[in-house]
Design a binder for this molecule. Structure first.
Ligand code: C2E
Ligand code: CA
Ligand code: CA
Ligand code: CA
Length: 277
């Protein structure tokens, strides 16, 4: 798995240095992948910083490409957004994630599953109703779903997005503001949208224990979230010292390679056994 991950990273190497946002797969290939079920959900654990308990998982989509191996989302999400395929992609990811959380729950693992959504998804007025019927169809309570929202592009209609996010909250679906601190997410959004969780971007979390600039950002974000009554999550936790720093600083939840990488669903229960020792 590590090797597949690495080869996908290597493919993105030259593109990353030239232009980090340039898509490297074309629309026809992606449409074909969606239709033939080549997208797979991986899951990364979110654990309590207090006692290490597994609280939930974040769904991270991968493309099991027939020739290129495992392709990471940075290489195709933007293509999907630009080609109008993001609704289809999100529906597939959501359905698979909810089916998975249902079977984990049936096995006695009560987890919340987080799904990344694109700002473009919020352009569909029926998005909240479609999620509600999916929850109903699969027998999953709304409380078991969290949506992670990043403002990936300039919103075409911010008021409509706000309306849809509010309707999702009314339906008891949790909302997380993702990549906080990167400029994609703003204080304005925090004020306007009834978020449940604030997720501090990994670029501030990596090395936070010995970087005073990152520490200032992380502490200010935690402070703000606590004032607003939001649960706090640190993503990109790689070092034990960063874990300790975050716990001392009062952050609630950690996610990152120190704990586990994103993995196929069937590896999760094995991971839980080694994690809990
Ligand atoms: P994100 O939501 O900020 O997800 C976190 C990314 O950081 C993931 O990359 C994850 O694998 C990686 N990561 C986790 N822990 C660590 C760590 O300790 N160190 C480092 N260096 N990285 C870590 P990934 O899976 O490549 O996803 C990239 C982005 O693609 C995500 O960023 C998210 O914005 C987007 N994405 C992923 N899945 C979906 C999806 O189903 N729908 C949409 N719309 N976007 C998605
Ligand atoms: Ca996310
Ligand atoms: Ca994030
Ligand atoms: Ca991030």
């Amino acid at each position: 798995r590590a090797l597949a991950h690495q080869s996908a990273l290597q493919q993105s190497g030259p593109l990353l240095s030239a232009s980090p946002r340039r898509p490297s797969y074309d629309v026809a290939a992606l449409r074909q992948a969606l239709d033939s079920g080549e997208l797979v959900n991986y899951y990364q654990p979110k654990v309590s910083l207090r006692d290490g308990q597994l609280l939930g998982v974040e769904t991270l989509v991968r493309w099991q490409h027939p020739d290129d191996g495992l392709v990471l989302p940075d290489q195709f999400i933007q293509v999907a957004e630009e080609a109008g395929l993001i609704d289809q992609l999100t529906q597939q990811v959501l359905r698979a994630a909810l089916q998975q959380v249902r079977s984990w729950n049936d096995e006695g693992m009560a987890l919340q599953v987080a799904v990344n959504i694109s700002m473009d998804n919020l352009a569909s007025l029926d998005f909240p109703d479609r999620i509600e019927s999916l929850l109903h169809e699969l027998g999953v309570p709304a409380s078991a779903l969290m949506l992670e929202v990043t403002e990936s592009r300039v919103m075409s209609d911010p008021l409509a997005s706000l309306d849809i996010l509010t309707r999702l909250r009314i339906k008891k679906i949790s909302l997380s503001i993702d990549d906080f601190g990167t400029g994609h997410s703003s204080l304005r959004q925090l004020h306007d949208i009834p978020f449940n969780e604030l997720k501090i971007d990994g670029s501030f979390v990596r090395g936070v224990s010995h970087d005073s600039y990152a520490r200032t950002i992380v502490e200010a974000s935690l402070n703000l979230a606590q004032q607003l009554g939001l649960k706090t999550v640190a993503e990109g936790v790689e070092q034990p010292e960063d874990w300790c720093f975050l716990r001392e600083a009062g952050c609630d939840v950690a996610q990152g390679w120190l704990i586990a990488r994103a993995m196929p669903a069937e590896h999760l229960s094995g991971w839980v056994e080694t994690w809990q020792g």
